[in-house]
Structure formats: C-alpha cells, structure tokens
Design a binder for this molecule. Structure first.
Ligand code: G6P
Length: 608
C-alpha cells in the first residue's frame, strides 16, 4: 500500500510526480503529497483526499524544480490528515522523506529521538525515519539513510531528499517493492513499473536491504554494509494502452470486457497445437522443472485465494494427493507440515502481497519447492520462487481484481492438468484444450448479457445483505462474487456453501434478502435446487446464475435468471464468474460508489 515516486534529471519534476502518483493511486488514496528542491529550497505540499485534490492545489504551480518525491497514502499509523500525509520532514525542515511499509520499532526509536530533543508533528511511524536520518546526517545523505535503515525494523520502501545535498535522491528497500528507472533525461524511483511507463526505458529492481543514490548523471547501488552492487537492469515495454480507460466509464468495466483477450493470452502458451503431444508445449518444459512432491499448498490472499480454492477443487479430481489452499496470513500461523516433498504455490496478481511473500519465504526456508503464479513479471514473488507460471492478463488498474482472477483460474487449471498428466488420457487433455480454445468466444457471449444484468443489479442495489450460494467448485466463485459486491458497492455480502446455508445464513433470509445461486447441471444440481426451495419458502429473492436457464424448476423458483454457457472443465468457474463481476459492477454504479478506488482498499497490500 502507499505509492511512491521520485525523479532527478533535466525535466520539470512536478508533472512527472503527478502523473506517477495518479498511476500509483490504486495503492492508496486517502492523502497525497510531494516535495521538491529548487535553488536549495525545499518545497512541500500535502493534501487530504485523492491525487486530483493535490493536483488542484498545485494548479498554479510553475516551479522549474527538477528533483522531487511524491507519495499517495493508505493510512496505517495515524488518521488520513494533512499532518500525517507524506512527505515527512525532520526538525530542521531540510530532509523530506516518503515511505511505503511499516516501521515496527517506531515507538522505541521515537522515544529515543524525543529524548535527544527531536520534535514530532505526526502520528505516523514514518516520521521517525526523517528524524533518524537527521540524527545521523553529517553531510553524506546516503550514509545517513544507510545508518537509519540499519536501525529500522519492519518493511519499507523509502525515498529521501535533503536541501543540504540538493542534487541527490536516496532510496532504500526492505520488504516493500521499489524500482529504479532510467531514461535519457534522468532517473526515477517508483513503487512499480506502471508508474514509469512511457517515461523510463529500463529499470532495476531493488532487493531487500539495498539502497540507491541517484544524481542527475549516475545511480549508485549499495547494500546496508556499504558494499557496492551492480544489479541487472531490465527493459520496460511500452504497454500504455492498458493504463487508459479506452472509452469505458471505469477501468473495472474495461478489464471485465478484456477477459476474452486476457484468458486467450494466458492459455495460449500453456497448450499444445491440435494433434501435437502435450509434452511438446513450452509450458511442459516449465512444469518439468518441478521436482517430485507428495502434497500441495496453495497460498494467496483476497481474490487470488478464491482462485487457489477453485484450483483445489479442480485438482483434487486429477491429482492423487493432499491439496490445501490457505490464506497466506493464516498459513504463517499454522503448523503446516513442510518438507522438500512439499510443493507450495504462491498465487498473486501483483507478486508483492506481503503476506503471500512471507508465507513463500517460510515455505522455502522449510525446504519446500515454491512455484509463483503471478501476473506481474519480475515482482518479488516471481523472483524468489523456484519456478514461475504467468498469467498474461496485462496491467490491472481497478482495485477490485477481475481479469486477473479468471486468468489465475485458467493458468492454475492448466498447471493442474500438467501436474496430473499421468492420471489423464490424451483424449481428456485434448478435450480440455478444445474447450479452452473456445473460451474467449464464450466469454464474449456472456458479456452480451450485460444489459439484463444491469437491470438485475438495479433491483439489488438497495439490499442490506446479499448471499451467494453454490456447491463444489462453484463455491469459491460464490465467495468471489460476494467479495466483489462488498468491495465496490459496500453492500454486506457473504459467500457460503449452499449445503451449509441451514447452519446459519438461513437466519438472514427474508423478502428483502437477495440470494444469488450458482447452479450448474454438472454440480449437485438437484441438491442446489432444494436449497433454492428452502430460500423460496422463506420469501427470499432468488437470482439464479445457471447453465440450465430453461429448467422448469429453475424458472419456477428464481425471480431472475442469468444464463451461463453450459461448459465443463476449467471454463465453467470462469464463465460463472463473468456475470458476478458485472452484477457487482452495476450494483456499485447504481449506488454511485467509487468503483475503481473503493474506500479503504488498496490493490497491492504491502503491509502485514
Ligand atoms: C488486495 C486487492 C485484491 C487482491 C488481493 C491479493 O486485497 O484489493 O484485489 O486480490 O490484494 O493481491 P495479489 O496481488 O496478491 O493477488
């Protein structure tokens, strides 16, 4: 959470910072601020609210400063007020600092600094770093930042300016992501690559406990012991299209509509051509690198966890071994039995979610083999895993994940198929490939139902509670449907196994409670129908999302029906997801919420 950006070079810095901040805003958006240096003077401006509020405050800015830092905040310590917004200053007002992460020993450091006479002006953990750097500063900013980060515990990506060293920007990283970018006009630091698209042509990923010192002409990398480093640099591809709305009202809607393409891209490299043996595909050679294992843990957070749970259901049918998907933060609390025979798969869109990363590290240190399934290539989880599998969904800007979720299911489905090759016939595999080849077209077909879904969403948007019920591999999709609705519309929604409804959620049902049933001919059809009867008997409003829309019982029981193509295998959970995304989206639009930046959420959660 929190986005950070910095630049030093020959161009005017304020427009660069503001564009970077608006691209990073998905990481946090309760306040924003910048600091620049010009003629030895430090200028700082902070504003509560979105980046556009800061932009308004800066509209008459004509500063020619060419060095600066900017921050968009997701509050952890201290309310979202101007005093708590970044950049934070030291006592002298010479040092300005931005930070993403949490300084866990900030209370100890603060007491120490208070005793040494420092004055604090905010309630944040971050401010201690500005004072600590001041404490160690003797003319060398890099040395002072190095000394300060050696004292800091917790996670940080930070950038620092000092008016007494006006041609220098220092950055450091532990835990939270940070890249250093290069262009012909100067150097950048940013929380991620999208902030630098169209600006930098190459980037270096800082690793934990590494620092960078940027001047107008040079960048120097060192570790916390001062040892010089020469990290590799990576080219940045100029995918600017993904970061524009392309005529859609919201990024989320655009991303929902992109799923034919994102699924197509994700599955293409993981399938062989018709008539070819599966072992001829490039993806098979990736899977061959996985050493023998006898159990699997899938670890993830949020939407990625729902994709993992879907994989657990799908894989159980083909892999003859224990498989468990776990919420990454809980995995770390559990006495999971890890050994070199454990296969741990970390599923993450960003590849930076701190709980998933820490769970991965725990698995690795216990000798387990780790696969990353990520969208963001070169992210920390990608780099730390033994083997990586990619979703090629493109950049996702909407905070609520959509296209990356369905791409995760597709990639996990194909990974499971390759891991279970010994248990499958060539005919089964070819049938799955055949269905996946048709999936983009079927997704488009489902998207054609958008107008009907918008109408159903209108009826739903005044609800206080909504239940999402399903069985089997559609149960994780019910969880995801509920999560999408609550994230962006703020309607309380719960996903539940339909068979478990009688053990609690049924108490919520009355004529004001919509219940969304996911109902497939292939998954306990009759039993889910019985659950629909139970809801109907209590006057609940039923929305049936189903591949059996013409079934007489469905027609009798449902108040509204959303048809889904009737397809087996990996395609089924994906096709059931699309209408739930549209339902959540349109309910949120009817309610007038901020769809792309829902309150309190952040797209990449880099604090524990
Ligand atoms: C946040 C985002 C979700 C995402 C989750 C996990 O909660 O708002 O959309 O599913 O983090 O993120 P990851 O990048 O690890 O998939």
């Amino acid at each position: 959470m929190c986005g950070i950006i910095g630049y030093i070079g020959s161009e005017r810095v304020v427009p660069i910072l503001m564009e970077g901040l608006s691209r990073l805003e998905y990481r946090g958006y309760d306040s924003a601020g910048i600091a620049t240096l010009q003629d030895g003077e430090l200028f700082r401006l902070r504003q509560v609210g979105k980046v556009r509020d800061l932009a308004c405050a800066l509209q008459d800015d004509d500063s020619d400063a060419t060095i600066g830092i900017g921050h968009t905040r997701w509050a952890t310590h201290g309310a979202p007020t101007r005093e708590n917004a970044h950049p934070h200053l030291d006592c002298s007002g010479d040092i300005a600092l931005i930070h993403n992460g949490i300084i866990e020993n900030y209370l100890v450091l603060r007491d120490e600094l208070l005793e040494a006479g420092h004055t604090f002006r905010s309630q944040t953990d971050t401010e201690v770093l500005a004072h600590l750097i001041e404490h160690y500063f003797d003319g060398d900013l890099l040395a002072a930042v190095t000394a300060a980060v050696r004292r800091a515990e917790g996670a940080f990506a930070l950038a620092v300016l000092c008016s007494r060293t006006p041609d220098r920007l220092v950055a450091a990283r532990r835990g939270s992501p940070l890249v250093v970018g290069h262009s012909s006009t100067g150097h950048f630091i940013a929380s991620d690559i999208p902030a630098l698209l169209g600006k930098a042509n190459s980037v270096v990923f800082l690793a934990d406990d590494e620092l960078a010192e940027l001047t107008r002409d040079t960048v120097r990398f060192i570790d916390c012991d001062g040892v010089e480093l020469h990290p590799p640099s990576h080219r940045v591809s100029a995918d600017q299209v993904s970061i524009q709305k392309g005529g859609y009202r919201h990024f989320m809607l655009k991303e929902i509509h992109e799923q034919d393409r994102s699924i197509g891209e994700t599955v293409r490299e993981k399938m062989c051509h018709e008539g070819e043996d599966v072992t001829q595909s490039p993806f098979f050679s990736v899977c061959k690198r996985i050493a023998p294992f006898n159990h699997i843990y899938l670890i993830a957070c949020g939407t990625a966890y729902h994709a993992s749970l879907t994989a657990e259901y799908m894989w159980e049918r083909i892999l003859n071994m224990p498989i468990q998907s776990m919420i990454a933060s809980e995995f770390r609390m559990r006495a999971a039995h890890l050994s070199e025979k454990s296969l741990v798969i970390a599923v993450s869109q960003s590849g930076e979610t701190i709980d998933t990363l820490m769970a991965l590290r725990r698995a690795k240190s216990a000798g387990a083999q780790v696969i990353a399934l990520v969208n963001n290539e070169q992210s920390t989880i990608d780099r730390e895993a033994d083997v990586s599998v990619y979703t090629h969904a493109g950049i996702e800007i909407g905070v609520a994940a959509t296209k990356t979720f369905t791409a995760q299911i597709a990639a996990l489905g194909l990974l499971g198929l390759h891991l279970g090759l010994d248990h499958l016939s060539q005919a089964d595999i070819q049938a799955e490939f055949g269905r996946l080849a048709l999936l983009p077209g079927r997704i488009n077909e489902s998207l054609q139902k958008e107008d009907d879904i918008r109408t159903i969403a209108e009826g739903l948007h005044h609800a206080r509670d909504v239940l999402f019920l399903a069985r089997g591999e559609l149960y994780p999709i019910a969880l995801e449907g509920a999560l999408k609705l609550k994230e962006i519309s703020y309607i309380h929604a719960e996903g539940y196994p339909a068979g478990e409804m009688k053990h609690g959620p049924i108490a919520l049902i009355d004529e004001k409670t919509p219940v969304v049933f996911l109902l497939s001919r292939g998954i306990a059809f009759e039993k889910v129908l019985s659950n629909m009867e139970e809801v109907r008997a209590r006057n609940g409003q039923i929305i049936a999302v189903t591949d059996a829309p013409d079934d007489p019982a469905v027609k009798r029981l449902a108040n509204a029906i959303i048809p889904v193509p009737n397809v087996e295998g990996i395609s089924r959970p994906i096709l059931f997801t699309i209408p739930l995304q549209l339902l959540a989206y349109h309910a949120a639009v009817w309610r007038g919420t901020d769809v792309d930046q829902p309150r309190n959420l952040a797209k990449t959660v880099t604090v524990e």
